[in-house]
Structures are given as C-alpha cells and as structure tokens.
Design a protein around this ligand. Structure first.
Ligand code: ADP
Length: 588
C-alpha cells in the first residue's frame, strides 16, 4: 500500500479560508483582552490619589466597549468562515471518497466491512468538523489572550508576573503528563474499540432477520455486546488513568488557587514595599486570563489528535491504489465471451477456479449451476471485470477485460444481482442509473418490459417515489427494477444472479418472465438455483470444486445421469414433497 495521506494535505484546499478564520480569530482574541485591560486601567485611574481625569476615564470606557464589539464581530465572522470552510471540506472529502471508492478494485470491498467504511465516510469526516470549525478559535484564544496579558503584566512588574505564572506552569506540566505515550496508546485502543462497535452494529442490523429467527436469547448479538463491553472497559481504563492527574490540574488552575497564589505573593511584596498596592489589581484580574486557556489548549490539542487519527483512516482509504486502468485501451469487436485457462484464488493459496475454458457465443443462454461454494459467483464477477483472473484470461469480443475501459465494459455487460441494493433516490433515477440521458418515456418503457410498471405507477409519487421513503418494493420488485435498469442500458450481455427465494409463485413467475424478455437476443449468463428455469439454456455448466464437471444442454445432462440429473431429481422430489405437505417450506 502506498503512504497514507496525512491531515494537512486533506485540509489544503481550504487553506485560505482557514487562514482567514485564523486571522479573524486573532483580531477577536485581541479585542477580547482590551475590556480587561480597560477595567485594570480604569481601576488605576479611579484609585489614584489625585482626582481622576474625566476625559481619560471615558476614553478607557470607550476603548473597552470597542474591544468588546471587535471581539463579538470578528468572533462571529471567524466562526462563519470556519464553518463555511468546514462544510466545503466535508463535501469535498465525501466526494473525493465517493469517487475514489468507485475506482478501487471490487476485490478491496470484499476485505472491508460496511461498518468500517461507514466509520471513515461518516464519523471520521465528522471528526474533522471539530478541528476545522472550532479548534482554530479555541487555540488562537488560548495563545493570544495569555500572551497579551503576559506582555501587559510584565510591563507592570516582572516579579509578580513570575508569581502569577506558577499555577500556569504547574497546570501545564500536569496536562502534558496526561498526554504521555501510554495514554496515546490507550486512546488509540479506545478509538479502535469504538470502530469495532460500529462494525458490530452494522452487522447486527444487516443480519437482523437472521437474528430474529435464529437468535436465541441474546446469543446472536453477542458480538455487539462484547464490542460494547470491550469499549467500556478500555474507556474506563483510559479515563481512570487520567482521573487524578486531571483533577489535580483542574484544582491548580482553578480561580480560587490562582487568586490565592497571586494574593499571597502580592501581599508579601506590598509588605516588603516592593509593589504599589494599585499594581496588584492587574494581577488579580489578568492572572485568570493566564490560566483559563490552559484547559482550552489541552482540549484543542485533543481535538487535533482526534482529527489526525480520523485523517489517518481517511487517508488510508484514499491511498488505496485504484484498480489498474488499461494502458492501451481497446474496444471489443463483437460480444463473444471467452475464458481461456482461467484460474482464480482469493487468498493466493486456495484455488477457487482451475483451468477453466469456456466460449459463450453472442446471444446464447448459459447457465451456471452447482453446489454452494462451487465458484459460480466468482465466474460471474470475473465476467463483470470485478475480479481479474489469477491465471489465464477473460475476453470480450477478442479483447482481454483488463484492456477494456470500465465505462466501455459496463455499457456492454450488465449485471442483475440477486441481492438488489437500490439507492435512496427516486425509482426513476434508480432505473436510469447507468443511462443518465434517458427520458421518462424510456424509463417507463423499460419498467413495463421488466413487468414492474404497474407497481411503480401505483406508488404515492409514481416514478418519483423515493426508495426507502415512500417506495416500498418487495425483493422480486426490486429485482425487476434492476432488470429494467439493465434493459435501459441496452447491454448486449446480461449476467444474472437468479434469486434463491421468492415470496410467492406469482412474483417468481413475473420476475422470471421479465428476465426472459430482457434476455431476448442478448447473451445471458445465469447463475441458476432452480433448474426448471434453465431447461431452455443453450449450455448448462455444472461446477464442482472450481472445475466444470459437466457441460451440455439440459436434456443431454439429464440423460447422462450425472450430477445435474441428481440435482434435478432432488429438486423435483422436493417440489412434489412441498406440494404434498404444503406446510413444509422448500429450501430452494
Ligand atoms: P458459489 O457462487 O458457487 O456459491 P463462490 O464463487 O461464491 O461460489 O465461492 C467459491 C469459493 O470461493 C468458496 O469456497 C468461497 O468460500 C470462496 N470465496 C468467495 N468469495 C470469497 C472472498 N471474497 N474471499 C475469500 N474467499 C471467497
């Protein structure tokens, strides 16, 4: 893997906005110190032995008020600019991630969990929000305010300034003791445990149907509970190790302790005649401005660290190399599909497919059958270019799929998956997903051909109904929407993963008819689970353990009395048995 991208390169596009926000924040912080200085000056003028100069008093009051105004206006502007930078950063990062995720090889996704990706795209991008929108303000005030106070106090009396600095320095030492390596490691562990909760939660929700059916009393969500317990334990350890240090730091930096130190030091110096009583006033007022930012500083640095870790995870995803693009792309000549001596392994060790040779003439229907795990989906993914063969080659129209631009390939090879995931947008947009220029008439025509027009028209907002909101679709309807999508794309090759279970025979018959219509005149490669659907196939391939065990037409293979014949008998018996005992569900 290439070097992950760090935090600063991610923030780079927003650097001018961030710089602007920083400058405004500095102005705001300076403005914020002025009222304090004004109060101090006012005290000195009013407490002076001679009568106060009215003009000077009003000037000080005006300066204090102006400072307050500058603080408010510049602070509001800084916040607005920082939030604008933040929203454009989030938008551009999510776009960048979305674009990148479409470019990484499909095989990468099979190694990721949905929860892990959600952590990156959602939570980690959100973590950058605090950094961009709030931390610059916190950190600037934490530096500028005590800095200015220190300069002013230093000018009044440097010895007293040192006294006022004692709690600050002790507080800083304690705070930095909080940020030791060990704690950082604990912190990373807490983060990782949080990520595991996200993964377990997504898995739990995705598998809720299975959990409900087979879950037993709490067993099924054990992974989630364990992840939550693990997080709680690590979090408590992390918080626990910090608790006494944090309390001590809070105590040292509390106004009470700070004032006590300044008063004790000041009284001693006044007693010794080393300080004018009026000069104690600025220390009493401004010493608090020295200590308050220490907590803000620590908090701000925590945010920077959290953002760095989030950026690390985002950067790792962005650094994942995209699927290789063909160096010299070629356009397929026709739609003949050839698999030449194809071998494939997912893990580099266990071959899933071995020495596979197959030629699929344009317009033919080829069925892939075989027991679960035989390699049917792997072949489909190879045909779609989602996977590249470990050995041998897959060709379309005489060109190796690796030499075909993805956009060219996907206009020729369409996929109708079994587990159709529709996007949370209108059903019309879902159908026109790959054919953005298609008009409504064409969308409706495709839906009609796929046998789903009647249902879509009956939805509350018709074709504008949004999936997941007011467009309720059964599994069969969703698959027909996906057939309509493939029809609209008008790809000459269809790869179909037949659904294993349909809600009812009517849905099944409709979906099957839609798929048959969609397939007319096209090459169809069907992963078939029900043998009744492939009796008309031009070629049936029976896969077993990564090899083609039998090949021929359906009737030929039944007559040969091999694997297919046995599967066919089993399914027919099952169907008869199910008919005889209607309460028993068929597994296939
Ligand atoms: P089928 O579609 O016939 O059920 P598959 O092509 O899905 O079979 O799987 C073939 C073999 O490859 C199985 O042993 C399966 O466990 C393995 N396999 C499938 N997908 C992956 C993956 N993403 N990573 C590792 N092994 C996989």
């Amino acid at each position: 893997m290439t070097q992950p991208i760090g935090l600063w390169p991610l923030l780079r596009p927003q650097r001018y906005q961030l710089l602007g926000a920083l400058l405004l924040q500095i102005v705001s912080a300076v403005g914020g110190v002025v009222p304090y200085l004004a109060v101090v000056e006012l005290g000195r003028v009013l407490l002076a032995p001679h009568a106060p100069d009215r003009h000077r008093v009003w000037l000080i009051v005006a300066a204090g008020a102006a400072g307050l105004l500058v603080r408010l206006v510049a602070g509001a502007l800084a916040s607005a600019v920082a939030h604008a930078a933040d929203s454009s950063l989030q938008l551009s990062l999510r776009r960048l991630l979305a674009r990148h995720l479409t470019d990484v090889p499909m095989s990468w996704f099979s190694r990721q969990s949905a929860g892990g990706l959600n952590q990156v795209v959602q939570n980690d991008v959100n973590d950058l929000h605090t950094l961009v929108a709030h931390t610059p303000g916190e950190l600037t005030s934490a530096v500028v305010v005590p800095g200015l106070a220190l300069v002013y106090l230093g000018a009044v009396d440097w010895r007293m300034t040192l006294v006022a600095l004692v709690p600050v320095l002790v507080g800083l030492v304690l705070r930095f003791a909080l940020a030791t390596e060990r704690r950082k490691r604990d912190e990373r562990e807490v983060d990782a445990a949080m990520g595991r909760i996200a993964v377990a939660a997504v898995e739990f929700v995705e598998g809720i149907a299975v959990v409900k059916t087979f879950g037993g009393a709490g067993r099924a969500h054990r992974r989630f509970v364990e992840a939550a317990d693990d997080f709680a334990e690590r979090f408590l350890r992390w918080v626990g190790s910090a608790a006494w240090l944090a309390s001590l730091a809070t105590l040292v930096l509390s106004p009470m302790v700070v004032l006590l130190v300044v008063l004790a030091g000041g009284a001693t110096m006044i007693g010794a005649g080393a300080l004018a009583p009026a000069d104690l006033l600025p220390f009493l007022l401004l010493s608090l401005a020295l200590t308050a930012p220490v907590a803000a500083l620590a908090h701000g640095l925590d945010n920077v660290n959290a953002a760095r870790r989030a950026a690390g995870r985002i950067g790792a995803v962005l650094a994942e190399p995209p699927a290789p693009r063909p160096a010299a792309p070629r356009v397929p000549d026709g739609h003949l599909i050839e698999l030449r001596d194809v071998g494939f392994t997912y893990d580099g060790e266990h071959p899933v497919l071995r020495h596979l040779d197959l030629v699929i003439p344009p317009g033919s229907k080829v069925a892939l059958v075989g027991p679960s795990g035989a390699g049917k989906s792997t072949i489909a993914q190879l045909l779609l270019g989602f996977l590249t063969p470990t050995t041998g080659s897959v060709r379309l129209g005489g060109v190796d799929l690796r030499d075909i631009e993805p956009s060219v390939l996907y206009r020729r090879v369409a996929f109708v998956p079994q587990d159709v995931r529709l996007l949370r947008t209108s059903v019309a947009d879902n159908i026109a997903l790959a054919s953005s220029s298609a008009g409504r008439d064409e969308v409706v025509a495709a839906a009609r051909a796929a046998g789903v027009d009647a249902h879509l028209s009956s939805l509350p907002r018709g074709y504008d109904s949004v999936v997941g909101e007011d467009a309720g679709l059964s599994g069969g309807e969703a698959q027909r929407v996906s057939v309509a999508r493939a029809l609209l794309l008008d790809a000459p090759v269809l790869v179909l993963d037949e659904a294993t279970a349909f809600a009812d025979p009517v849905t099944e018959a409709r979906t099957r008819a839609a798929i048959d219509r969609a397939g007319e005149g096209r090459t169809r490669v069907v992963i078939a689970h029900r043998l009744a659907t492939i009796r008309d196939a031009d070629l049936v391939l029976v896969l077993s353990d990564g090899r083609i065990a039998e090949r021929g037409t359906f009737d030929e293979l039944v007559a040969a009395d091999g694997l297919l014949a046995a599967m066919w008998r089993a399914q027919r018996e099952d169907a008869t048995g199910a008919a005889a005992a209607p309460t028993r569900g068929s597994l296939l």
